[in-house]
Design a protein around this ligand. Structure first.
Ligand SMILES: C[S@@+](CC[C@H](N)C(=O)[O-])C[C@H]1O[C@@H](n2cnc3c(N)ncnc32)[C@H](O)[C@@H]1O
Ligand code: SF4
Ligand code: SF4
Length: 378
């Protein structure tokens, strides 16, 4: 069996050209580019820490990866391919507002798969995902998805569920169907008690309701994460998504602009859970790091998880969710009630879900990207 590719979620810059209302990415006004030593370290890690036939995925993430010019990626891609050839697959998570023909040429030449962010119908998206001057970005993003498609590039999207979109299940379904976008629905992450923080069950209820419409409509050509991942986990046994593994950073790691290592891209640039620096830390040594030991025990240490029937498949959920909402990464996930709702839905509808998924065109690169993105991006 082929070994699982190792995923590096790399931040090429802290900078972003937008100012989305909920964004957790720190230092977004800082115009920097990832240090050359960090890129050297990345290449060294791939060459030295893994067997000679191992595969890798590099997800250029951010703040906004297109905030660094296209020439940077031409050069870095050539450098990485020079050392590792086709063992590396490149992806990008971008707001897609800076796209131009030069970008598209690069993405086509290097067979990138792309995920963007879309938060729902124009009115909501334009309130949430805004330029520095407060302008909306929906038309630009939708137009650029179309341009990428016309050049044959696979595109998926992350949709951040917020209090503004909770009641818009049908409108959101219609939009995704129109755009034909594989989607990863993520709950907005805000500290508990702040006005925008979602009720813990609302995320599961929303995704379940969206999936019910999707199941009833036999003709849509997109899938919905995390449901696909949950269904495949139940039949295949192998966790596809980071949130299904107690040690979520066993196959994936976040890399900051100075080469700092974090459990995933979401922690990058913050103060919590720094694991070392890619310049001098072996990625293969990280499961022995004290943070890894605590991470792997989260579901065993949580009284709530200990009593839960789902503990084998859920394993405590996402540690970034716990960090962002409770300020404690080592607790069980805040959206726990949502997982109970979703697994219940998946178990009751497993045969129908698998049948529908079979009818949807496969694209392995894109599927890997969507699964690698942060957890239910990712
Ligand atoms: C930090 S952005 C970086 C990549 C790129 N700028 C973009 O927007 O796609 C990655 C993803 O995180 C999501 N995100 C940002 N802040 C969030 C929050 N507080 N809760 C949940 N998702 C969030 C964004 O919507 C986006 O889909
Ligand atoms: S485009 Fe991405 S990084 Fe920029 S503010 Fe929005 S969510 Fe944050
Ligand atoms: S559903 Fe909740 S209680 Fe059960 S394992 Fe997951 S996080 Fe723990």
């Amino acid at each position: 069996m082929q070994r699982k590719a190792h995923v590096f979620m790399v931040k090429p810059t802290d900078f972003c050209n937008l100012d989305c209302t909920y964004c957790y990415s720190p230092n977004r006004r800082r115009r920097n580019v990832i240090a050359d030593e960090a890129l050297e370290g990345l290449i060294r890690r791939m060459l030295e820490d893994f067997p000679a036939d191992h595969r890798f995925q590099i997800v250029w993430h951010g703040s906004e990866p297109m905030g660094v010019g296209v020439d940077f990626y031409r050069e870095v891609t050539a450098r990485i391919r020079g050392e590792l050839g086709d063992r590396v697959q490149f992806h990008m998570q971008s707001n897609l507002t800076l796209l131009h023909d030069g970008w598209i040429d690069l993405l086509v030449d290097e067979r990138f798969s792309i995920s963007t962010s879309i938060d729902g119908p124009r009115a909501v998206h334009d309130r949430k995902r805004v330029t520095l001057a407060g302008g909306g970005t929906f038309d630009k993003v939708a137009g650029n998805i179309q341009r990428l498609r016309e050049r044959g590039l696979p595109v998926a999207a992350v949709l951040v569920l917020s209090r503004d979109t909770l009641g818009l299940t049908e409108e959101i379904y219609a939009l995704l169907r129109e755009l034909g976008l594989h989607v990863r629905v993520n709950p907005v992450l805000l500290p508990e008690g702040t006005p925008g923080c979602l009720p813990p069950a609302s995320y599961g209820e929303f995704v379940r309701d969206l999936a019910e419409i999707w199941l009833a409509d036999g003709e849509s050509t997109f899938y919905i994460e995390p449901l696909r991942g949950y269904a495949l986990r139940l039949v295949g046994g192998t966790p596809l998504m980071c949130e299904q593994q107690a040690l979520c950073f066993e196959h994936m790691i976040g890399v900051g602009t100075d080469g700092e290592l974090f459990p995933c891209n979401r922690f990058v640039g913050g103060d919590a859970l720094r694991l070392g620096n890619i310049r001098d830390t072996s990625v293969r040594s990280l499961p022995l790091h004290p943070v890894a030991q605590r991470t792997a025990r989260r579901h065993l240490d949580s009284p709530k998880c200990q009593r839960c029937e789902l503990v084998d498949v859920c394993q405590g959920g996402c540690m970034y969710h716990a960090h962002a909402v409770y300020g404690d990464a080592f607790r069980e996930d805040y959206f726990c009630e949502s997982y109970v709702i979703l697994y219940d839905f998946v178990i009751r509808n497993l045969a129908a879900l698998l049948q529908r998924l079979e009818g949807i065109p496969q694209n392995r690169d894109l599927d890997e990207l969507v699964a690698a993105l942060e957890t239910s991006a990712a």
